[in-house]
Design a protein around this ligand. Structure first.
Ligand SMILES: [Zn+2]
Length: 223
């Protein structure tokens, strides 16, 4: 069964450890109502690659805020520096040039800090998406039947569009299979990790046997 998520109750947060309310977020789907870290309703494990991706996303999100704050502080500091540089340029040129250079360096610093904050926003989204992909892949593969994007959306408490997009990327990267039912509906399925490993071993064994078979046939032809 695909795990059904409930966001109405208080739930454990993997970041701050509290019993919290999950809140919908336009970028990160769901976040902890207390610390703002990205969370996945219905996901229960406390360690593993999904938690690692969520924690990385939380770290990136926190540093986005500190960089934005730093950038704004530097931008605010620029204006009095620019004003005093303008004044000094009129009264004593070398001091004016020095003050002007410092003011410009502050403005460049503000821009660079803002830019690195933008990179961190992208990293937050990428790691959150990765956590969701790992979660959906695992949940669909552990499900006892093929499942539609609508069902996944309902169970995971996300929009059908977002569920469909993530399921399609899982199909593209070979984690899930796309099926079409007799009624023309799209469903997604996949083998549970254990079965997958077993099948890979069988496939590899078959590949190893094949050339030997060809050789044997060739020998028969020669004779
Ligand atoms: Zn939290």
């Amino acid at each position: 069964m695909f795990p059904m998520a409930s966001v109405a109750d208080l739930r454990p947060c993997p970041h701050c450890g509290g019993q919290v309310k999950y809140e919908a977020d336009p970028q990160l789907l769901w976040v902890c109502g207390t610390c703002g870290g990205p969370v996945i309703p219905g996901f229960r494990a406390s360690s593993g690659p999904i938690i690692e991706a969520l924690s990385g996303a939380k770290r990136a999100k926190s540093s986005t805020f500190s960089r934005r704050f730093g950038s704004v502080a530097l931008a605010i500091a620029f204006w009095p520096m620019a004003a005093s540089a303008a004044f000094l340029l009129m009264v004593y040129l070398p001091a004016g040039i020095l003050a002007g250079t410092t003011a410009i360096a502050t403005l460049i610093g503000s821009f660079m800090t803002w830019k690195s904050g933008v990179t961190k926003i992208a990293e937050t989204k990428r790691l959150t998406e990765e956590a969701w992909l790992l979660y959906l892949s695992e949940a669909v593969r552990n499900s006892d039947r093929a499942i539609s994007a609508e069902k996944v959306a309902e169970a995971a408490q996300i929009s059908v569009v977002r569920a469909g997009e993530m399921l399609e990327s899982l199909v593209r990267r070979g984690d899930l299979d796309l099926n079409i039912t007799h009624e023309g509906r799209l469903t997604y399925s996949g083998e549970a990790a254990g079965v997958r490993v077993a099948r890979n071993v069988v496939d590899e064994a078959a590949e190893l046997e094949e050339p030997a078979g060809e050789e044997a046939k060739a020998r028969v032809v020669k004779q």
